[in-house]
Design a protein around this ligand. Structure first.
Ligand SMILES: [Zn+2]
Length: 163
């Protein structure tokens, strides 16, 4: 998968995968690089209209985009799976390299979830991150990915194993 630096080439209008160097996140990402889908759209910027990503910031004078943004196209399959609900639930999001044990209840692969402080919040304005599968939910406010993974991966010995 080839990532293009936003500074080198802006993506076209529409949805794309983006990622930001973790050093630009406010806190707590444990060095993990987070990838997410967002949209390039025309937006008003003072007297003009500019093409800019959904996570930009308008300060009343100009549009700001974090340094170190990279992007690559979404696949046909991903486009087909988009629903407004899934997008608002921030489903198109991944954290490569997290070493998660399977779910202790169903043996399946758990998923990482997050929610923003407001509807279109970028991932660095998240309210919480959590690991979810079946019923359990491990949720951290202002959480750190490494602490989250440690919590999920820790196992109490079952009575059978202690015999
Ligand atoms: Zn499960």
């Amino acid at each position: 998968m080839n990532w293009t630096r936003y500074e080198d080439q802006k993506p076209a209008e529409g949805r794309h995968w983006f990622r930001v160097d973790p050093k630009y996140y406010a806190d707590g990402w444990g060095g993990h690089l987070v990838e997410f889908v967002d949209v390039m759209r025309q937006r008003g910027a003072g007297l003009q209209t500019v093409l800019s990503p959904g996570f930009d910031k308008w300060d009343g004078y100009s549009v700001h985009i974090p340094t170190g943004i990279e992007w690559h196209p979404v696949t046909e399959e991903e486009i087909l799976s988009y629903t407004n609900e899934a997008l608002l639930d921030n489903k198109f999001f991944r954290v490569p390299g997290l070493d998660l044990k399977p779910c202790p209840f169903c043996g399946g692969q758990p998923s990482i979830e997050w929610s923003g402080r407001y509807i279109t919040a970028p991932i660095w304005s998240r309210k919480h991150i959590s690991i979810e599968c079946c019923i359990p939910k491990i949720r951290f406010w202002e959480g750190d990915f490494n602490k989250l993974v440690d919590r999920w991966n820790s196992r109490k010995e079952s009575p059978d194993e202690q015999r």
